[in-house]
Design a protein around this ligand. Structure first.
Ligand code: NAD
Ligand code: UD1
Length: 366
């Protein structure tokens, strides 16, 4: 079974490919390397080779094609579908920096929406039914009721978030649309995965997140402070209504997140009509799509994360308390029970694993 992974050389895509290969799926990758590099694919191959040595070949899948190309280039994407029989798409390709999206909204709408529409159109043309889409907890907006449940109202506060919400809606509307008269059996089945805060890296230290410039997100910033690349962390506010006054988030190890994609894909491929409909109904706002939060269901504060990182890795992480960052909410964590009930997935790794693996990646980064 060939799975097209768009944006497969990126942070979450690369970890997901490792898990997909481990589960026996064959992979086609399309990435324009706008925020990654071809060497990531070589490293995935090395990880799989090493896993073969230690665990045996098992039923490891293969990387059958790696295409350097822009998903917004419809003709290039069509060729990928033409050359490979694609059973499902996992669509990671997109831009993801909130601040940049405020500065360059059109660039975000163009890339994130055009890529999603091209993928959906090619799927329809070539009869591919399943898509796993990278959405985000950002679609819960300024909601201040935790935990966040899939049935909650959604809204956004920045262009990046809107591209996620609009992409969700495009896929939902396609699933709810009239059946194709010429292919009455064709069903468009989107699974929308709302990620909470992915952190960490592969335990081998060979793949991880590589932010360009000054990191916006907390964990990469902590890593760079610990490595001496930056002098100190600024904690954005300690006067929130949280136990220690700093922001609380649901950090999830990227390997757990990657496994969530394998579970979602395997479930979608095997769900019969009634299972599919039940999953869609369970989230009232979901229309013809199945929606799942991928988080741990546990909140960790900024200071807790800083302390855990310093303790686990025995490195100092100097910090100062600064003002709040505009647009931040106090607390955000998932109700992750739907994914457990329906997909049989739950996060297994804890904050210590996230801190240890992030640091290993930071030190081994080559
Ligand atoms: P990433 O930037 O590391 O990976 C995205 C990949 O897509 C990169 O390899 C990039 O080169 C590629 N890409 C971008 N536009 C492309 C295009 N038009 N054609 C082909 N390739 C293209 O980001 P990530 O952290 O791995 O995120 C993957 C997806 O998950 C994104 O859609 C992101 O919005 C979403 N997401 C990420 C987070 C997070 O915290 N990392 C949280 C929620 C949702
Ligand atoms: C941010 C994005 C979100 C995106 C997510 C990806 C915003 C408003 N939201 O979420 O859309 O999906 O990244 O992981 O940008 N913090 C500090 N100092 C720092 C950096 C962060 O104190 O230098 C704090 C923040 O105030 C927050 C917590 O750390 O309380 C986590 O921040 P971050 O990693 O940026 O994630 P989110 O803001 O949750």
């Amino acid at each position: 079974m060939n799975i097209l992974v768009t944006g497969g050389a990126g942070y979450i895509g690369s970890h997901t490919i490792v898990e997909l290969l481990g589960a026996g799926y064959d992979i086609v990758v399309m990435d324009n390397y706008s925020n990654s590099a071809p060497s990531v694919i070589d490293r995935i191959r090395r990880i799989m080779e090493e896993e073969k040595q230690t665990a045996g070949a098992g039923n490891q899948g293969r990387i059958i094609d790696v295409v350097e190309g822009d998903v917004c280039d419809k003709a290039a994407l069509r060729r990928v579908f033409e050359n490979n029989s694609i059973s499902a798409v996992i669509h990671f390709a997109g831009y993801k920096a909130v601040g940049e999206s405020v500065e360059k909204p059109l660039m975000y709408y163009r890339n994130n929406l055009e890529s999603t529409m091209n993928v959906a159109e090619c799927m329809k043309e070539f009869g591919t039914e399943y898509i796993i889409f990278s959405s985000s907890a950002t679609v819960y907006g300024m909601n201040n009721r935790v935990p966040f449940v899939e049935t909650m109202p959604v809204s956004c506060t920045n262009p990046y978030g809107w591209t996620k919400l609009m992409s969700e809606q495009i896929l939902r509307d396609m699933a709810a649309g009239a059946p194709d008269k010429e292919r009455p059996d064709y069903r468009f089945r989107p699974v929308l995965l709302r990620y909470f805060n992915p952190v960490g890296a592969h335990r081998s230290g060979m793949i991880g997140e590589n932010p360009k410039g000054i990191p916006n997100n907390l964990m990469p910033y902590i890593q760079q402070v610990a490595a001496g690349i930056r002098e100190k962390l600024t904690v954005f506010g300690d006067d929130y209504d949280t136990p220690d006054g700093t922001g609380v988030r649901d950090y999830i190890h990227v390997t757990d997140l990657a496994k969530g994609h394998v579970k979602a894909l395997t479930w979608a491929l095997s769900a019969d009509d009634s299972q599919w409909e039940a999953a869609c109904e369970a989230a009232s706002s979901s229309g013809g799509a199945a929606v799942f939060n991928l988080g741990t269901g546990r909140g960790t504060s900024v200071l807790e994360l800083v302390t855990a990182f310093a303790d686990v890795n025995s490195v100092p992480v100097p910090y100062v308390i600064g003002p709040r960052r505009a647009g931040d909410i106090a607390t955000c964590y998932a109700d992750a029970s739907r994914a457990k009930e329906i997909l049989g997935w739950e996060a297994e790794l804890g904050i210590e694993d996230m801190c240890r693996d992030s640091w290993r990646w930071q030190r081994l980064d080559f």
